[in-house]
Design a protein around this ligand. Sequence first.
Ligand SMILES: [Ca+2]
Ligand SMILES: [Ca+2]
Ligand SMILES: [Ca+2]
Ligand SMILES: [Ca+2]
Length: 320
Amino acid sequence: MMILSVLLAGNCISFAQPVPASDENIPYLMTFGSDGETSWGDDDFSQTFFFKIPSSYNQPFYIRVYDPDIGGDVDEINGVWDTRMSYEIFGGEGAWSNEDARGVQPTGAYKSGTMLATKVFGMDNRYDDKWYTFGPFNPTEGELREEFDGYIFKIICEGISGDDGNLYRYYLSSEADENVAIEDGNAFTYEYSFRMWNTTDNVSHIYPFIDTATIFVKQVNFDWDNDGYIRVVSRVRRGLLAKISGEDHWADSKVKIIEEEINSSLDFQFIKRKDPLVRNNNVVISVENQYGEYLEFFTVPIGGVPVYDPSINVRKIEKQ
Ligand SMILES: [Ca+2]
Ligand SMILES: [Ca+2]
Ligand SMILES: [Ca+2]
Ligand SMILES: [Ca+2]
C-alpha cells in the first residue's frame, strides 16, 4: 500500500482531457432539445462544463466537440430530427465566479462572463461522428482564479428547439485538427447529464472533490430508470448505496463524510442492472455539501482515483 500511496501522490500531472475522461468510463454527455420530454432523461435541456488551463500554459488552445450535430447514429431520435442546439463559450471576469454559473439550473446570470465563441447545430452530416473545433483561444481570455491556479473557461450546450437527444463529447486540445492534451489541464461540472452504457458490464464513475469544509454531501439524481445501483467508494469506504430514482423522478440521499475523506475525491460508481438491460438510459446527477454548495466533478480526479484501502480503516479503528 505504501507503493500505491507514493504513486497516487506523484500523479499530480495529468494528461486526460477528453470529457468524459477515461477514468469516468461515461460514453457520452447528453443534452436534449428544449421541447424534449423530461422522461427521456434531461431535466433542463442545458449542460455547463468548465475547462481549466494551468497558469503555466501560454499557448493558444482549442475546445473540440465530437458529434456536435443532432442526427445520425450517435444521437437519440424522437419522431424526426428537428432539434437545434447552441454551444457557447465564455471567459473573462465572472465566467466561473458568478454564483449563478455554479448552480445546476440554467437560471439567472448562468451565462456570465464574456462570450468568446458560439455556434448552433441541427442535423448536419458534415459534423456527424466528427469533430468540430472552437478556437484558437488565448489562455488569458479565461477567468484567472488562484484557487485553481489557472484560467477558467465555460462551455454551455443548450437546446434551442426540438425534442431529440444530443450525445457528444469534448476535448481540450493544444491543436486544432487533432486531440493533443494540455499538461495539467482539467475539466469540471456541477451537474453531470450523461448517457449510461448499453451494456451491463460497464461501470461509470464521477469523482466529486471533498474539501475541508464538508461535513456531509447530498447526492441528487434524476431519471435513473431504476437501473442497477449507485455506490459511493472512497479510500476508507468500501461501498455505500445511494438512493436511485425511477423514470422522470428525482431521488436524493446523504453521505456523512469521514475525516480521512477530506481533501480527496469520492468515487460515485454507476453500476448497470444485469437483467433486463436498461437501454438508452440518460441520467442527471449533482452533489452538494451541507451549505447547499455544489461540488465540482473533475474529469481528472483531484488526488487520483480513490481506491478503497482497508489498512486505513484498521488504523482508524485502532485509534478510537
Ligand atoms: Ca424530434
Ligand atoms: Ca450525430
Ligand atoms: Ca450529437
Ligand atoms: Ca433515464
